[in-house]
Write a protein that binds this ligand. Structure first.
Ligand SMILES: Nc1ncnc2c1ncn2[C@@H]1O[C@H](COP(=O)(O)OP(=O)(O)OP(=O)(O)O)[C@@H](O)[C@H]1O
Ligand SMILES: [Mg+2]
Length: 502
């Protein structure tokens, strides 16, 4: 690969941009990294291709047609071999070539332990340069952004497989379509699921609403939530509530879920005594009765219907007693990947399960941190698909997710926001994400929102992000020298490799 940079010539440099000319036969791609060796200063600069133009302004040179290539400076290796920001520019006599994996040793050293892909070069990959996320940064949150079909789910499966192998942190992921657990068939292609990673099967724990025989066949546990896992405040984000309903809901938020559900389902608002009567509450829940008797019957009836719907819609997993949550927390504490497999459950049911579990995890971690237990360093990553549903700017009712973003880091709880519409996520939330995995984004507004909020400068990579083929990503990790163009492993191939290696 090294020879094909013959004829690459630096024609202008500034600290902020370099420009080279290359023979028009040179195979260069946006996102490629080039090395510029300045023998005078004895610095090695690295820069990324951001644009390629056919430049005829200077007339064609005798050597044949050329292309003009714009480069974005990434940094330089100083005399001590340290990587530094590009604070100076190479001279025009610097020698331009392609780096090999030895040149990128500095990059490898800043990589983490959680393998997701390989560094991209041209149409292929740079052999030997594995791209890995540092697991210790996961509780400072990440975002996975891509237009539909560009590889988000594949990325999540690769991440989970690496987590199952590594066992350094827990992952919670809700799988509403059964795609992560067992995989599926797409035309004549088999898309594999995580249970097929047999070499690390004990790093995976699946809670499922599937029928018992199917659960047995795949080794899945039964998913159960109990009435006490519910909080009245949950209605606030499961439904759009009018002001009078919000008042009712908030007045009951401190009551145990089993009590409010028993009251609404078994006693009902029609059993409430008239507000004029001075005798106080009757029935099994006098405190609830007392709280509610002053409200108008209209909002009370509507609240009751909402509670009935939550119970009815989620009856496959929502029961009076018996919750999987303690066992889920135990699995996460053992650094397992926990999948919540709820095929056929409504979107509202999915959000209900996700928020309930998120609350339980956050609370457990808070307690653990405060109690100074040995496990207090334990980390969990909670994946949220279609994250714009719960973290949009206008949506303030999803308190538990916002709380995770704002203070989860202290307690080792990180969120992984997966979305195809980053522009619909609250910018204040985006600004809190420390790891960005950006795949092909067709929409300009999505691209600029992502670039504007990333901790590393992605703006110069607009062209690259626009043209990323499926499965390729620009990954920006805090602590690495620059965003890395990555070919994410195809999950099926990665599994073959992992299984062959074990
Ligand atoms: N890293 C990759 N390498 C090769 N092929 C890939 C890669 N990632 C994804 N693909 C292919 O693209 C298809 C779609 O990917 P995937 O399901 O991950 O997209 P998605 O972003 O989750 O889409 P959606 O928004 O519809 O959920 C996969 O079935 C797979 O065949
Ligand atoms: Mg998907």
């Amino acid at each position: 690969m090294s020879n094909d940079a013959a004829g690459f010539r630096l024609i202008s440099t500034s600290v902020l941009a370099y420009r080279i000319v290359v023979p028009s036969s040179a195979i260069l791609f946006v996102g490629d990294i080039l090395k510029l060796v300045d023998h005078d200063k004895d610095f090695t600069f690295f820069a990324k291709v951001t644009d390629i133009t056919h430049d005829t302004a200077q007339g064609e040179p005798a050597a044949g047609p050329t292309l003009a290539v714009n480069l974005h400076p990434l940094g330089l290796i100083d005399h001590d071999g340290r990587f530094r920001p590009p604070m100076t520019a190479p001279t025009n006599f610097a020698e331009v070539s392609r780096p090999d994996d030895a040149d990128l040793e500095f990059l490898k050293q800043s990589m983490g332990d959680l393998e997701v892909g390989q560094m991209r070069a041209g149409l292929g990959i740079l052999e030997g340069v594995t791209v890995s996320l540092p697991s210790e940064t996961l509780s400072s949150h990440m975002g996975v952004f891509a237009t539909t079909g560009m590889g988000k789910s594949n990325f999540m499966k690769v991440l989970c497989a690496s987590a199952m192998r590594l066992r350094r942190f827990g992952v919670l992921m809700v799988d509403p379509h059964g795609e992560y657990v067992t995989g599926y068939r797409l035309r004549n292609q088999r898309i594999k699921g995580l249970i097929e990673y047999t070499g690390a099967r004990d790093g995976l724990s699946v809670y499922s609403t599937r029928p018992p025989d199917e659960r047995k066949r795949y080794g899945l546990k039964e998913l159960r939530l109990e009435h006490d896992d519910f909080r009245m405040g949950d209605l606030g984000f499961l439904y759009e509530l009018s002001l009078p309903l919000i008042e009712v809901v908030e007045s009951l938020d401190s009551h145990a879920g089993s009590d409010v559900i028993d009251f609404f389902i078994n006693e009902g608002v029609d059993s409430l005594p008239s507000p004029l009567k001075t005798t106080s509450g009757i029935g099994r829940h006098p405190e609830i009765t007392d709280t509610l008797r002053t409200y108008a019957l209209g909002p009370l009836h509507m609240t009751q219907r909402r509670v009935e719907t939550v119970v009815e819609e989620n009856r496959v997993f929502f029961h009076r007693f018996g919750s999987s949550i303690p066992s889920i927390l135990e699995d996460l504490a053992q650094n397992k990947v926990v999948l919540i497999d709820i095929p056929g459950v409504s979107e509202r049911g999915e959000l209900f399960a996700l928020s309930t579990m998120t609350r339980a995890i956050l609370n457990a971690h808070k307690l653990r941190t405060l109690s100074d237990e040995e496990t207090s360093h334990q980390q969990v990553l909670i994946a949220i698909e279609e994250a714009q549903r719960v973290l949009a700017e206008a949506n303030q009712s999803t308190q538990v997710f916002r709380e995770c973003v704002m203070e989860g880091r202290k307690f080792g709880v990180g969120l992984c926001l997966v979305t195809q519409q980053p522009k619909n996520i609250d910018p204040r939330i985006l600004a809190q994400l420390n790891t960005y995995v950006v795949m092909g984004l067709a929409d300009q507004q999505d691209r600029s929102i992502v670039a504007g909020n990333a901790k590393q400068n992605l703006a110069s990579m607009n062209n690259e992000i626009q043209t990323l083929p499926r499965g390729d990503a620009v990954i920006s990790i805090m602590g690495t020298p620059f965003p890395v163009s990555t070919r994410i492993h195809l999950f099926e191939d990665y599994l073959d490799r992992l299984d062959a290696a074990s």
